[in-house]
Design a protein around this ligand. Structure first.
Ligand code: ANZ
Ligand code: ZN
Length: 821
């Protein structure tokens, strides 16, 4: 008997799929479409790792089933290839990033093909290809050219400097490494230090490009209701955006025309406000300067807070600090009471209005501050079920109002509405909402990214590069080191930087910042629908046919930012009428993580990395694919286990050997029941990405087949069809030995025969003329008809009945079936 020669088989079928264009999707078709998206990889120098295989292998199995079910499946792949590791490697080894990237992509492609992934190779995209990033730049220009107002985009003229654009420049704090003398991206700061040299990172202010994602904050939350994401993913998105509904309340300043506007989510506690706090950066401080008596003390304090991060300042446990503004008093609009005004760094400038009304009786931070500075703590909320003493602790829950004039006795919920209404009527407050999410810092001072397509002219301001001059390509340079001024290395190339202004023709300079890694991945799924289009991101007809993406499968590290950013771009493009749907992904699922054999995260330094190439060499691609599906529950962490992959390898060898037992036999009822149960279960499990049970059920069926002396061709072929998604090479090879005309991928996905789907809960005695001849297991709900059909297919009973006429059938439900012949 021939051995299971996986390498020979795998090369043969990979060639067959390439020759027959298997996996190449056609735009528009009578078949229902299915757009299956997996996160495209960053082509790192170390090649594909088994973590990639978890997502790609499962989605490949899924797509192979879907195609057999009659779907026109698109399963594309591409390369998210801009980024720092390549740039750093280029600097160190003096090789162009373009060359490094091409080599890495070639490796990835070869590895993916060797694993039998049926990607649509005709749609490959590469974010570093100028034909691709031309459109990333085009989208950026659209952000620059538009403003979002009342839920709509409006165009902004080139010379308009006041209308808020969707892309704008602002002075931002960045991380700076004083030893490498470069701006560090957030991901390059590890525990507060530069990732490369370990020097403590410093804060610096630098002009950065920003994208106004906050304009879409509300829609990014609301539209989650219409899509099918795992609940954990929806919660992550919602929490990141951080919507908070409350009121802005105006406190007038005594003897001054200035007003302190505070944001509160607890308008019900307004009568308990005993002081007001301004963030140290609040510009109001300047307006009040002439009135403040302790100005130098205040200035010292403001200076001292400069080096603290927002995170540190927001810590609840940190001791609170602040300075009272001597000579300034604010007036509580609800009762006209005068309160003190403080500056304290626990109030952040970047949230709400940068000012709060402090209610020490009902807020922990205000409580700590009031205790330290000896400020009155006035209780205004009570709860008859609880023992409250606001001198020991703040009571922060809702309750019933006291000490609140006409609002006494109301619940907190009602009081919030009533107090806000009252404030509105005296023009001292209104309902408002705030978001934790900030605008997206969209520039990097690095070489290996998309150049931001803006030209700066002294006369005309920031001018978008005209569309017919896109893409702005990265110049060929020799030295990718960032500059010591914090500018991008592009700033050193005079011939590239100095250009004519597209408007006035005068001397102008190119923007030298590049886009962050997130840019190219924010719209790649659109390009797959029409990857070569030279004149538009993708043609509307193709987009209408393919989008939204039916299923997006990816890892846990991208469920916050990447999803948010790409949903934001998609909504913006929808508003531009460039895409037909408001959301990109109809459904999003999550794959787990494969840990090293030691149960730790795989990493070079721990020496626990499993190389997929080695596994393919040793056991074959089919074994690796099936093992990774089998490794554990799909969405969880599972540790690699060498005994596990060996077990799967033995399983496939036994499948190979079972093929020798195929003959023109009739299968027993047991086999047919198990076969049909397995067809049903595997179909459902694949549909739900329960990949580990797909494999275990195939193993169980295989065990039963192994016990048979002979296996019918029909049964074995059905087994091969359901094994095919996980192990397409082996299944194709064995299938060919039974049917050399039609390859397995062109067959129709099998359907379980309902007659055999009865579970083995109850046993029925099959009698002929009152004598028990066979026992069959049936589902307790089966009808007499179902039991009869099943029994008549049983070889033993068929043998006994032969051609005899059944004169009478007696059925005792759930116990006996008697044929009188
Ligand atoms: C009065 C009050 C009374 C508050 C009370 C809370 C409890 P979220 O839910 O996170 O939106 N706040 C507002 N702006 C702030 C800023 N820039 N820096 C620090 N704190 C700020 O929280 C809103 C609450 O956080 C607001 O409601 C305000 O304190 C505070 F018993 O106002 B509250
Ligand atoms: Zn100009």
């Amino acid at each position: 008997m021939k051995e299971y020669n996986f390498s020979e088989i795998e090369v043969k079928w990979q060639k067959h799929w390439a020759d027959t264009n298997y996996g190449i999707a056609t735009d528009n078709s009578d078949k229902p479409k299915f757009y299956s998206l997996v996160e495209f990889p960053y082509p790192s120098g170390s090649g594909l790792h088994v973590g990639h295989c978890m997502g790609y292998g499962a989605s490949d199995a899924y797509c192979r089933m879907k195609r057999m079910q009659g779907f026109n499946v698109m399963f594309p792949i591409g390369w998210d290839a801009f980024g720092l590791p390549t740039e750093n490697y280029a600097i160190k080894n003096k090789i162009k990033p373009q060359i490094i990237t091409t080599q890495a992509i070639d490796t990835f492609r070869t590895q993916m093909k060797a694993l039998g992934y049926s990607f649509d190779w005709s749609r490959e995209v590469n974010t570093t290809d100028p034909d691709y990033y031309k459109w990333t730049q085009w989208i950026f220009s659209q952000f620059y050219k538009h403003s979002y107002q009342d839920g709509k985009l409006i165009e902004v003229a080139d010379n308009d400097t006041t209308t808020p654009r969707m892309a704008y420049q602002a002075e931002m704090t960045v991380n700076w490494c004083p030893s490498c003398k470069i701006v560090l991206a957030n991901e390059e700061v590890v525990n507060g230090a530069c990732e490369r040299c370990g020097t403590s990172a410093e804060k610096r202010n630098q002009k950065q490009w920003m994208l106004r994602i906050t304009a879409y904050a509300e829609r990014l939350i609301d539209d989650l209701a219409n899509i099918d994401y795992l609940d954990t993913i929806k919660t992550q998105q919602t929490n990141w955006i951080g919507k908070s509904v409350g009121a802005n309340i105006k406190f007038k300043i005594k003897d001054n025309s200035s007003i302190i506007n505070v944001f509160t989510t607890r308008a019900d506690t307004l009568f308990g406000c005993t002081y007001v706090v301004l963030a140290p950066e609040n510009p109001l401080i300047n307006e009040l300067k002439s009135q403040i008596k302790n100005i130098s003390e205040l200035e010292d304090y403001v200076l001292a807070t400069k080096n603290k991060s927002d995170l540190e300042r927001a810590e609840t446990v940190k001791e609170k600090t602040g300075v009272k503004l001597e000579g300034v008093k604010a007036i509580n609009p609800i009762n006209n009471q005068e309160v003190e005004v403080y500056v304290a760094d626990y109030v952040l400038a970047s949230y709400g209005t940068g000012a709060v009304m402090a209610v020490p009786a009902h807020d922990d931070r205000d409580f700590a501050f009031a205790k330290k500075y000896n400020i009155e703590i006035r209780q205004v909320i009570t709860n008859s079920n609880k023992n409250i003493n606001v001198n020991d602790n703040a009571y922060t829950d809702y309750g019933i109002l006291i000490n609140s004039g006409e609002f006494d006795g109301l619940t907190s919920e009602d009081a919030k509405t009533k107090i806000t209404e009252k404030l509105k009527s005296i023009n001292a407050g209104e309902l408002t909402k705030n978001f934790k999410m900030r605008d997206w810092i969209f520039s990097r001072q690095h070489y290996w990214g998309e150049p931001i397509p803006i030209i700066h002219c002294d006369k005309c301001g920031g001018v978008p590069v005209p569309e017919d001059q896109l893409p702005v390509t990265l110049p060929d340079i020799e030295n990718y080191e960032p500059t010591t001024t914090g500018e991008s290395p592009l700033a050193k190339i005079d011939s590239w930087v100095n250009v004519e202004c597209p408007i006035c023709g005068g001397k102008a300079k190119r923007e030298t910042d590049t886009m962050p890694n997130w840019a190219g991945s924010s719209w790649y799924f659109l390009r797959y629908t029409d990857p070569k289009n030279p004149s538009i991101i993708a043609n509307m007809e193709n987009l209408k046919y393919w989008t939204p993406i039916d299923l997006y499968n990816g890892g846990p590290e991208h469920i916050t930012l990447h999803l948010l950013y790409s949903r934001f771009w998609h909504k913006f493009l929808f508003d531009l009428n460039a895409v037909p749907t408001t959301e990109p992904y109809q459904k999003r699922i999550l794959h787990g993580i494969i840990l090293g054999p030691d149960g730790q995260k795989m990493s070079k330094s721990k020496g626990n990395v499993i190389n997929p190439d080695e596994m393919v060499k040793k056991f074959g691609a089919d074994t690796l694919r099936a093992y990774i599906m089998f490794i554990g529950p799909y969405d969880q962490e599972s540790a690699w286990n060498m005994a596990g992959i060996q077990g799967v390898f033995r399983f496939l060898n036994r499948v190979w050997n079972n093929a020798q037992k195929v003959s023109s036999t009739k299968d027993t009822n047991d086999v047919l029941v198990k076969l049909n149960q397995t067809i049903k279960a595997v179909t459902e499990d694949l549909e739900n990405y329960h990949m580990n049970t797909v494999i275990s059920k195939l193993m169980e069926l295989n065990n039963l087949l192994e016990k048979q002396e002979n296996i019918s061709e029909n049964t074995f072929k059905l087994f091969l069809q359901i094994l095919y998604p996980a192990c397409p090479h082996l299944s194709s090879e064995l299938w060919e030995s039974f049917d050399s005309k039609k390859s397995i991928e062109n067959t129709t996905w099998p359907k379980a025969d309902e007659n055999f789907l009865m579970n083995d809960e109850i046993e029925i005695a099959i009698q002929i003329n009152g004598k028990t001849r066979q026992i069959v297991k049936v589902n307790p709900q089966s009808s007499q008809e179902e039991v009869e059909t099943m029994v008549k297919n049983d070889p033993k009973i068929q043998e006994l009945i032969k051609n005899a006429q059944i004169r009478k059938t007696i059925y005792v439900s759930g116990r006996i079936l008697n044929f009188v012949i």
